[in-house]
Write a protein that binds this ligand. Structure first.
Ligand code: SAM
Ligand code: SF4
Ligand code: SF4
Length: 334
């Protein structure tokens, strides 16, 4: 187990496998912008990713999440899942996806060793969903991805909803009810100021407290104890059926004190925070012929020197008018 400069242990690794995406979500990668993507040669191969994960597991990582961009647009992504599933000591392999390609991919992902999946979901209405993701979408396509994931046993299937004022906040209760009836856990996420292009402002954030208030007007709910240190969602239980939902309050109630996540970008940089301005280049090390011990030393030193607590400093930085060039969400992976 390794600890950073505030004593936080390293447990989770989030791996962004591509910076490309088949959506253009307003809060991540707005369609009005032009984007430059990493050239193919700069993208880590599956073998390189496996090596980084193997070494990370020796340093205490027990869970990995595959993300992006959109992970399902990376060709043969199930081959990466297969490689990772061979790593001894790695307890959990999950994925966050926009769900568009999930109905065709869920089975092969499960067979390759994926344990569970989180699907991002924005609205129950085709026109709002399409507006959010910047392309014409039928909600039924995403729902069929969720249903297939349930059928093949990618349990638990969870749903993430990034709530933005004026965009989908009027649907909080409908979305909660809809997935409650399906037995699927929803996590409502506060809109975050990741990157520089998503037009974030504090006024567009719907607080986790407000989200809970909206749901509690209709349902009797009770808070659930955190099941492990560093769990980011505050969980609640519906008293009638025992199903849970969660809220992720990164803006209004930051949780940096327990943050145990390291992030790896598709082009081989380690990021110690979702709001990082820069990463640590592990790809050059690997491509230069480093031994596993060299890689281990590198990750250890990156983690040891970690001092990030952006969300706790956000309001202070905003009040000072500080402008920070942060890495974009579709490159970090959430
Ligand atoms: N493409 C995949 C997807 O959308 O699920 C994985 C990558 S995406 C960057 C990871 C998660 O971040 C998604 O659940 C997405 O809704 C969420 N997200 C993106 N931009 C966000 C923002 N500005 N604030 C909060 N959540 C955001
Ligand atoms: Fe793509 Fe996910 Fe970002 Fe939407 S949130 S643009 S699906 S990476
Ligand atoms: Fe972790 Fe950075 Fe988020 Fe704080 S702001 S919880 S350090 S990722």
């Amino acid at each position: 187990m390794i600890k950073d400069s505030y004593g936080r242990e390293l447990h989770d690794l989030r791996i962004s496998v591509t910076d490309r995406c088949n959506f253009r979500c307003q809060f991540c990668m707005p369609a009005e912008q032009e984007y430059e993507f990493y050239p193919r040669s700069e993208i880590l191969t599956f073998e390189e990713i496996k090596r980084i994960v193997e070494v990370s597991v020796r340093l205490g990582v027990s869970k990995v999440r595959i993300t992006g961009g959109e992970p399902l647009v990376r060709k043969h992504i199930e081959n990466l899942v297969k490689l990772l599933s061979e790593i001894k000591g790695l307890q959990d392999i999950s994925m966050t996806t926009n769900g568009f390609l999930l109905s065709e991919k869920a089975r092969s992902l499960k067979e390759a060793g994926l344990k569970r999946v989180t699907v991002s979901f924005h609205s129950l209405r085709d026109e709002v969903f399409s507006k959010v993701v910047g392309r014409s979408i039928k909600v039924s396509q995403i729902l069929s991805g969720i249903e297939t994931a349930l059928e093949v046993g990618l349990h638990p299937v969870k749903v993430n909803v990034c709530v933005v004022k004026g965009l989908n906040d009027g649907e909080i209760l409908d979305i909660a009810k809809f997935f409650k009836s399906m037995g699927v856990v929803v996590r409502f996420i506060e809109f975050m100021d990741v990157g520089n292009v998503n037009g974030w402002s504090l006024e567009k954030v719907v607080s986790a407290k407000e989200i809970v208030r909206v749901i509690s007007r209709e349902f009797e709910i009770e808070p659930v104890e955190k099941s492990y240190r560093g769990e980011v969602a505050d969980r609640y239980r519906y008293k009638d059926d025992g199903l849970e939902f969660g809220v992720i309050s990164s803006v209004t109630q930051p949780f940096c004190g327990d943050c145990n996540r390291l992030r790896l970008t598709a082009d081989g940089k380690l990021l110690t925070c979702l709001f990082a301005t820069d990463g640590y280049d592990i790809k050059t090390l690997i491509r230069g012929g480093a031994s596993d011990e060299d890689i281990e030393d590198f990750i250890r030193s990156v983690w040891h020197s970690r001092k990030d607590r952006y969300s706790e400093e956000r309001l202070e930085k905003l009040s000072k008018g500080e402008v920070i060039r942060k890495v974009e969400m579709f490159k970090v992976g959430g």
